[in-house]
Structures are given as structure tokens and as C-alpha cells.
Design a protein around this ligand. Structure first.
Ligand SMILES: [Zn+2]
Length: 879
């Protein structure tokens, strides 16, 4: 752990590697008290490097060096310099074999980077810089080697030994040990290396590729999870087929493996041929996992699989290019999820995440471009900006080019760069070359941080039947960036006539094409568009389907929003109009106890509840009130307590006024058995559970009876957890306690369900006050070494239970700071992630910001702060 200020690394200082590794031959001897790693590397000088006489430098972290051999000759300690984080061999020939033996202690590795143990199994996480915790290596993504890996371990304790590629050899050894050797024919960077050794059961299947090859598919889990793999396997096969059909990408090894691991810092990792997953992102069965978990598993299995091309076959030159693989792959998985379910609902979910959390990041002290220019600790840059805004950037290219030219671009990208480590610029250039479009100005999306704001003004001239729309863009300053240039923004819009029908859109000087949604391209600070032949003043439907990750300001009246809610042909904008209306109504109540809830919101909700013809998946989304987090994001110097109480009041007024409709909705929505995760059934369960939670919120006795019955008789977790959550957030204290206890007794042997149980309580404004949350940390099922448990208690409290986290005494902030200090030594990645809610202290009203700042300072003052937490805290506190 560094004690002085960590070094900042700059994109502008990138240099090609001085040495390349053609082949890495690894042998792992795994024991209970540690592991010995024998590494044999075929190294040569990089002809493209300007430093032809330079010393060899290999990265290392927490390694005990046992020996170094160069071309078979053992080096004396004076022949090399072991500086801990760097092994330097000053004098080496142009090409040579280097053999290094290191000793590591996976059983004591609580950082969960490199090789570590989880539930008795050995596993790895090497992205971004974990491989250097295994052995000395040029641990950077532009060094791509062919790996051969031999694993040796006790056969009884570790019958399954896995690594990347195809298995090529196996056999028995002395003392009850055995070995398996794996060979990966594809050159890859060290961050894609993986190893697993454990007592696991395998679920197998096969997939026939488009060229007629049969791929062996395997999912490895602990025996107790054997019944939870079917959904992931189905999702995998659907992903493989979809990637062939949509992108022409075929799988390339003979075997594809997924392993579920309980202790994991991230969601999942796309290691070549051997994906390692956080258990919560791969295991699912109806009884114990919710609809949301099913959808998450499908999306993440697809995401990691898609990386085989967008990430593994073509990888990143350096970590500044992280969005090259992540933005593109999130785009691919979101296209896949849209194709598998409801495209409109998927778009709403993506935009909600972006507008709530990524916009907040873009407006905070950690704001950075999709391609950052510098970092201290790369682990801190696995952000919503890199992933979700990166996805939006690729989506905009897709919108600008159209699906066919986009596909030509992706084909060219894969063909041109197969086996290479490249940049986001290479990606954009392939899109330009294949389509003939100039994306020069568009590249600013990769370089400029901050969320563009579009101010829209309009006027209508009845005499000439011309409707004029002026769009002015501005991009706020962000740390280190001011005076930004206008960006190239695809701005989709439609116009509704007085009856709510789409008007064909013809710009001045054009022939009519009959098109009713147009994608206008904004490139200047301000544009005025003139639409001709408009018979009466229209209602604009702006940024249809959320065509760009921007904020739009336009002064819609509440009646216009109601009109758009019921008439807009763009499902996304129907939803968005409802959100805007609800935001205005809640805002109006904020701090005004005597103000009335606008009856138009009640009527709009009543119409939705009664509308049986409409897409119920969209209705379910439209009925959800904007979250507190979103309301806070929209506000200037928000007062969290006031926002919370205003939203609560709206909810209570709605639930009281719509009691009959909610009960009818609850009774009507009966999804068919058996359980299926179709958009219809998901919507049906979501509406039922929403109706129940609204009614329990106002203490409705009839709803209590329904909730208790649903809790006891539920055959799937969506309904059981839905009833539990509604009870936990209700005023019925006795029933709440009984349900929590019964749920725990029923599920205490299933860690994924226990995590839900924790988070339902920690996120509850009713049951999750700070003393209760502290008690959860003392619970027998809580484990400080397990990131999922920490996220389900501390993460849920600080991220979702805003009324208690933002307690005005600052106790919530101090609690979070205490947790971060505690985790900083054992798992700095998780500690740094938890700090996010505090980083935005400047945004909040004074009564909050002071407490948040003090909490951050108490973290800053900890001795021996990790690089991860150091970067976040110091950037947040900087002037
Ligand atoms: Zn990814």
C-alpha cells in the first residue's frame, strides 16, 4: 500500500512496449498454505520500440520471488533488481527465455485480485492488473501471448482444474495429486488469463455453430447450486446464436466454460473460454431468484460471451481505451436484451440508469470522458461513463449510420484488427471507412466529459404553416475541462397534431417523404429547423427513444405532458412525459406541506391502471414514480428529507385515491403457470407487486391480507420477495417482523436469497434506520470478506435508503466512512466503490454537504490509504 501520493498515469505518455512475449508457459502448484508459480516466457525486443537497449521490466505485486533463470542460466541476485512492484533485469539479449518462480498466498488474498480462494476453490480475477499478483509479467493489454497452463493440485479436494483454451493433457501425480494442462491457441493479454481449481459439478450442453462445429458448453458450480444453471445455459445458447445472426461472429474454441464464484469484486469476467461469474450473475431458478435476477443473468451471460470478439479477439491497446470493449459490448448486450424482451422497456431501463447515475457521475468530481486522459488507479474507471455512456456513444454511431452500414463497419473492425490491441479511434475509423461518413466531430464524445444540455425553443406561424424549432447545446465544465466544443448529436423528434397523430415532417426546401420521426443532426451550438405544411400548432415529442445521452429542456405544460403520455407513438417518450409530470408534481410539494397534489397526476395514473389495451410492460414502467435518486439528480442543492417526504405524500395520495383500481389490478394480473420470464408475465408480476406495495404503504387492511397470502403461497421469488418488501415498508410492525423471520428461516442456506433479504431491509425507509442496519452487520449471515454481502447491506443503505443515509446529524455518512476505512486494507476496490455516494457532497444543501465532507476527510486521514481510495477521496475534496 502506498503511503505517498500515488502516481498519475497519462494517455499522452503511452509508449509501445519495449518487449513482447510470444509464449507464456505456466505451471501452478496449488497447496493449502500457498501456491508456487513457475513461469517460462519467450520474450523478444519489440521492433517498434525506440528503446532498443532498455532493461527488461516486469510488473509484480505481493509476490515472493524464488528464482530467475535467463536462457537456462540461474541469475544471481546482483543480476536483477526485485523492487516489489517491478522486477528489473538490466542486461538481456534481443530474444530469450525467462523463467521465474514465485510463491503466493491465495488463501490470504482478501483483495480478490489475482489468484485467491473463495468457498474452498481457487479462482482468479486478472482484469485490470491482477495478473501481476500471480507472477512477474509485462502486465499491460498490448502484450499478447499464447498461454499454456499446467495446474497441479490435490485430486480429492480439487478434482476440477480449469484454464483458458482447450485441455491438452492430464494425469496422476504422487501423493494423491493430479494435473491438467490447457492450451489457448489465441494470443491474449494477461488480463484475460484465468484459472479455477475446485470441487465443482458441471452442467453440460452443446451448441452447433453456423459453420457446423459442435461446441462443448459447461457451467461449473458448487454441488448445492446444481439446479440453478439452466437459465444461464439457455441464455448462453441464445447469445451464441444471436451473435452469429446479428454480427456474423462465430465462437472459436472447442469448449466454452462458465464458473460461478461467491466472492467476486465485479459482476463477471470474460476470460478467454473460461468466464468467471459472481454467483449472483449466473445462478437463477424461479423459486429463489426474481424476474430482475433472471434478466440480469441473461444480459450478463450475453455480455461476457460477446466479449469473445469485442474484447478478446480485438482488445484494448491500453486501459484508457477500456470503453472500446465495454461500450461496444454493452451496446451489443442491450441490443440482444431488446431483441429477447421488450425494446421499449429495455430502453427505459438503460436511460433510467444513465440519467440517474451516469449523469450524476458526469456532474461530479470524478467526471471523465468515455476515453479518459489520466488515472491513478484503473480499477476506479470501471464506471458508468465507460460502460453506459460508452454504450450510448456506440448507439449514436448506429443511429447515424443505420443498421446496415453499422454492420459493415463492425465487420471491417473485426477483420482489420483481429488479434490486435487497438484504440477507440481505430473503432471509429473502421465505422467511417465502411460507411463513408465523416465522424471527425463525433469523436468529441470520446474526449469531452459532461452531459450536453439541449435548450429547445419553438414558435408556430399559422399564416405560413411553418413550425420553427431552435435547439441550442451547451456542455458544462468538468474537472480539468472547460470551454467545450459543440458535439455531433443525433436528435430524433416527432410532432403531434391536435388529435395526437404524428405529423409527416418536411423541412423547408425538401420534398415530403411522409416520415414522422426524423433524426436531426446537431453539430453547431445552435440550429433552427423549419418544418413546413404544419396545419396547427403541434406538440413536440423530443429526443425520441432517447436518441442521445443528453438533457432536454423544453417548457411543456402539464396538459401537454398528459397529452404525450396518452398519444405519443414513441413508447419511450410516453414514459418520459409521465416522469416529467410526476417530477413537477413532486417538486411543487417540496417544502410546501399545505400544497395539494395536482389531480392531473392522479387522473393520468387512473387512466393507466384502467387501460387494459396498452402494452402492460410499458404501463408498469409508467406507473413507477421517479426515484428519490433521480429527483435529487435533477435538483439544485437538494434537500433530501424534503424530497423524500414530498414523494411519500404523492405516493400516499395516489394509493388512497386509486385504492379500488389498485385492488382490481392486483386481482386481474394473474400470470400464467408455469413461471416464465416473458415481457407480459414480468409486467404482470410487476403491476401486482406495485399495487400491493402502494396499498400497504397506506396501511390498507385488505392489502395486508393479500400480502400475507402471497408471501406464504408464492411459487416464485418475484412474488415472495415482492410481498416481503411491501410488508417491510408497511406500518404493520408485527407482520413485518414475522415475515422477515420466516423468510430467513426458509432461505438461510441460500446465500443469494440471504443477500436479497439483507438488501430489502437495508434499503427500507421504514425498517432500515441506522441502528437496524448496524445490527445486520452483526448478523450470522453477514461476512466482511464477501463483496455481495457488503453491497447488499452497506451499498443498499447508502445507495437506496436515502432518507436514513442522509440523516441530518451525519450519522449515515460517518457509518459509510467507517466502513470504507475498515475495507480499505482488506479490499480496496470495494472500499473505493462504496465511497461514490460521498463524492458528490458539493451538490447537496449545506446541512448535508458539511457532514459528507467531514466523512470524506476522515477517510482521507487514514494511515496508509490504498491507491484506489486515495484517488477517489482526494479528487472529491480537491478545490
Ligand atoms: Zn464487459
Amino acid at each position: 500500500m502506498p503511503t505517498s501520493q500515488p502516481k498519475t498515469i497519462y494517455l499522452s505518455e503511452y509508449r509501445v512496449p519495449d518487449f513482447l512475449v510470444d509464449h507464456a508457459d505456466l505451471r501452478f502448484e496449488l497447496f493449502e498454505d500457498g501456491a508456487r508459480v513457475h513461469s517460462s516466457l519467450s520474450i523478444r525486443r519489440n521492433p517498434d520500440s525506440r528503446e532498443q537497449g532498455s532493461a527488461l521490466e516486469l510488473n509484480g505485486d505481493s509476490l515472493t520471488l524464488e528464482s530467475v533463470h535467463l536462457d537456462g542460466r540461474q541469475l544471481a541476485p546482483g543480476d536483477y533488481d526485485d523492487r516489489g512492484e517491478l522486477l528489473v533485469v538490466p542486461s538481456v539479449p534481443d530474444a530469450f527465455e525467462l523463467q521465474v518462480v514465485t510463491w503466493i498466498e491465495p488463501q490470504n488474498n482478501t483483495r480478490l485480485e489475482g489468484l485467491y480462494k473463495s468457498s474452498g476453490m481457487f479462482c482468479t480475477q486478472c482484469e485490470a492488473e491482477g495478473f501481476r499478483c500471480i507472477t512477474f509479467f509485462p502486465d499491460r493489454p498490448d502484450v499478447m501471448a499464447r498461454f499454456r497452463t499446467r495446474i497441479e493440485a490435490d485430486k480429492a479436494a480439487y478434482p476440477v482444474l480449469l484454464s483458458n483454451g482447450n485441455p491438452v493433457d492430464s494425469g496422476e501425480l504422487d501423493n494423491g495429486r493430479h494435473f491438467v494442462t490447457w492450451e489457448d491457441p489465441f494470443p491474449k493479454p494477461s488480463y484475460l488469463f484465468a484459472l479455477v481449481a475446485g470441487d465443482l459439478v458441471e452442467k453440460t450442453d452443446t451448441f452447433g455453430t453456423m459453420s457446423g462445429r459442435e461446441i462443448d458448453l459447461r457451467i461449473y458450480v458448487e454441488p448445492r447450486n446444481a439446479e440453478k444453471t439452466a437459465h444461464a445455459m439457455d441464455s448462453l445458447k441464445r447469445s451464441m446464436r444471436w451473435d452469429e445472426e446479428t454480427y456474423g461472429r462465430e465462437y472459436d474454441l472447442d469448449i466454452f466454460m462458465i464458473v460461478a464464484v461467491d466472492d467476486f469484486n465485479m459482476g463477471a469476467m470474460e476470460n478467454k473460454g473460461l468466464n468467471i461469474f459472481n454467483s449472483s450473475c449466473v445462478l437463477a431458478r424461479p423459486e429463489s431468484e426474481t424476474d430482475m435476477a433472471f434478466q440480469r443473468v441473461e444480459a450478463i451471460v450475453a455480455h461476457e460471451y460477446f466479449h469473445n470478439w469485442s474484447g478478446n479477439r480485438v482488445t484494448c491497446r491500453d486501459w484508457f481505451q477500456l470503453s472500446l470493449k465495454e461500450g461496444f459490448t454493452v451496446f451489443r448486450d442491450s441490443q440482444f436484451s431488446a431483441d429477447m424482451g421488450s425494446p421499449t422497456v429495455k430502453r427505459i431501463e438503460d436511460a433510467t440508469l444513465l440519467r440517474t447515475a451516469q449523469f450524476a457521475e458526469d456532474a461530479g468530481p470524478m467526471a471523465h470522458p468515455v476515453r479518459p486522459a489520466s488515472y491513478m488507479e484503473i480499477s476506479n474507471f470501471y464506471t458508468l461513463t465507460i460502460y453506459e455512456k460508452g454504450n450510448e456513444v456506440v448507439r449514436m454511431i448506429h443511429t447515424l449510420l443505420g443498421p446496415e452500414r453499422f454492420r459493415k463497419g463492425s465487420d471491417l473492425y473485426f477483420e482489420r484488427h483481429d488479434g490486435q490491441a487497438v484504440t477507440t479511434d481505430d473503432f471509429v475509423r473502421a465505422m467511417e471507412d465502411a460507411s463513408g461518413r465523416d465522424l471527425g466531430q463525433f469523436r468529441l464524445w470520446y474526449e469531452q466529459a459532461g452531459t450536453p444540455v439541449l435548450a429547445v425553443e419553438d414558435d408556430y406561424d399559422e399564416a405560413s404553416q411553418v413550425y420553427r424549432l431552435t435547439v441550442t447545446q451547451s456542455i458544462p465544465d468538468t474537472p480539468g475541462q472547460s470551454g467545450k466544443k459543440p458535439q455531433h448529436i443525433p436528435f430524433a423528434l416527432g410532432l403531434l397534431d391536435t388529435k395526437g397523430a404524428d405529423i409527416p415532417l418536411t423541412l423547408a426546401g425538401e420534398q415530403s417523404t411522409g416520415e414522422t420521426t426524423r433524426v436531426l443532426e446537431l453539430t453547431e451550438t445552435s440550429h433552427t429547423f423549419e418544418f413546413t405544411g404544419i396545419a396547427s400548432r403541434p406538440v413536440p415529442s423530443l429526443l425520441r427513444n432517447f436518441s442521445a445521452p443528453v438533457r432536454v429542456n423544453y417548457p411543456w405544460t402539464r396538459d401537454q405532458l398528459m397529452f404525450l403520455m396518452s398519444h405519443d407513438s414513441d413508447g419511450f417518450n410516453r414514459w418520459d412525459a409521465g416522469q416529467r409530470l410526476a417530477v413537477e408534481v413532486i417538486r411543487e410539494l417540496s417544502g410546501h406541506a399545505e400544497a395539494e397534489v395536482d389531480p392531473r397526476l392522479v387522473e393520468a395514473s387512473r387512466t393507466l391502471l384502467n387501460d387494459r389495451e396498452a402494452d402492460q410492460a410499458l404501463v408498469a414502467k409508467m406507473l413507477q414514480l421517479p426515484t428519490e435518486a433521480y429527483l435529487i439528480e435533477l435538483a439544485d442543492k437538494p434537500d433530501v428529507q424534503i424530497i423524500h417526504h414530498a414523494r411519500e405524500r404523492v405516493l400516499k395520495v395516489l394509493a388512497t385515491a386509486l385504492r379500488e383500481e389498485l385492488l382490481a389490478c392486483y386481482r386481474r394480473q394473474q400470470p400464467a403457470e408455469p413461471y416464465q420470464v416473458t415481457p407480459e408475465d414480468v409486467a404482470s408480476r410487476s403491476l401486482r407487486n406495485m399495487a400491493l406495495s402502494w396499498l400497504l404503504h397506506i396501511g390498507d387492511q385488505e392489502a395486508l391480507t393479500l400480502a400475507l397470502e402471497q408471501f406464504e403461497k408464492a411459487t416464485n421469488m418475484t412474488d415472495q420477495a415482492g410481498a416481503l418488501r411491501a410488508l417491510v415498508n408497511s406500518p404493520f410492525e408485527a407482520e413485518r417482523g414475522q415475515a422477515l423471520e420466516a423468510f430467513y428461516q426458509q432461505w438461510h442456506q441460500d446465500p443469494q436469497v440471504v443477500e436479497q433479504w439483507f438488501s430489502i431491509q437495508a434499503a427500507s425507509p421504514v425498517a432500515g434506520d441506522l441502528p437496524s442496519v448496524r445490527r445486520l452487520l452483526e448478523h450470522e449471515a453477514f461476512d466482511w470478506k464477501n463483496p455481495n454481502k457488503i453491497r447488499s447491506v452497506v451499498g443498499a443503505f447508502a445507495g437506496q435508503n436515502l432518507v436514513h443515509f442522509h440523516d441530518q446529524e451525519g450519522s449515515g455518512y460517518q457509518f459509510l466512512a467507517e466502513t470504507i476505512r475498515r475495507l480499505d486494507d482488506s479490499n480496496p476496490q470495494i472500499a473505493a466503490r462504496l465511497a461514490a455516494p460521498l463524492t458528490r457532497w458539493r451538490k447537496f444543501a449545506h446541512v448535508y454537504s458539511e457532514g459528507m465532507r467531514k466523512a470524506l476527510e476522515s477517510v482521507r486521514d487514514k494511515e496508509g490509504l490504498s491507491r484506489d481510495v486515495y484517488e477517489i477521496v482526494h479528487k472529491s475534496l480537491a478545490d
